[in-house]
Design a protein around this ligand. Sequence first.
Ligand code: SAM
Length: 289
Amino acid sequence: MAERPPPPPLSDAPLAPGLYVVATPIGNLRDITLRALDVLQGCDLLLAEDTRVTSKLLSAYGLSKPLARYDEHSADRAGPKALALLAEGGRVALVSDAGTPLVSDPGYRLVGEALAAGAAVYPIPGASAALAALTLAGLPTDRFLFAGFLPPKSAARRTALEALRDQRCTLIFYETGPRLRACLSDMAAVFGDRPAAVARELTKLHETCIRGPLSALMADPALEEPRGEIVVLVGGGAEAVATEADADTALAEALRRLPPGEAAAEVSAQLGLSRKDLYRRALALKGAK
Ligand code: SAM
């Protein structure tokens, strides 16, 4: 059997003082950067959302560090301790259980407090389920909106979805298996049958991505109550196309205030329709009076 290559050497260069926001794998343990390992090795204090989860990551890379819990329940205790260390010129690293801290994970408050105290904050980029899912969903990637977790109850979820209905970009949501079906059904009710994708267990053994219109995803038996971690992506709303009736309504209103040429120019700017065509229509509407 071929021998395993030795682990890559970590840097001996001392870390600059500051708060390091360190991304960790979302499944496959090898999805960690060399720089992240440098920081985990070189920091004075490692803040972890769940110390048991982070201990496993450290031991996979032969590292050991004093760990303190940092989540919404422990922020009042762990935050001041970290800020005191930063004030003394220490190096504090923050990790969550998986992916990039602060992205639907703890850390926003600590980063704000560190910045307010004048500490340096360094990002150590790496995995994030939202971006990993975007890269394989097959939906447009030029513009996207990360919406995190939707409310668990249907009425509040539909209200949240309605606020996103007119967004023209790909929408990205975090979701759980037990709620997936109800969530897809609310999305279809609010958005209509848009193209979508459900990305599951990314970078893990059972990684899948099912793509199709929301109606097909709702009917897919594999998505009945899937296990594991899930990202749902939905295509953006289509550009609303102004109809002739829209143009007539807008022109009739403008003609009450303006001569045909100016009315046509105003409506053309409003609806994105041809000014020449609108002028002809404006003359016809005026003549019909
Ligand atoms: N901060 C993390 C990040 O950058 O991706 C996200 C943390 S959030 C508490 C956890 C949610 O992320 C899961 O419920 C799921 O929606 C999504 N997620 C995390 N890992 C995933 C994976 N391997 N595959 C698909 N979705 C994942």
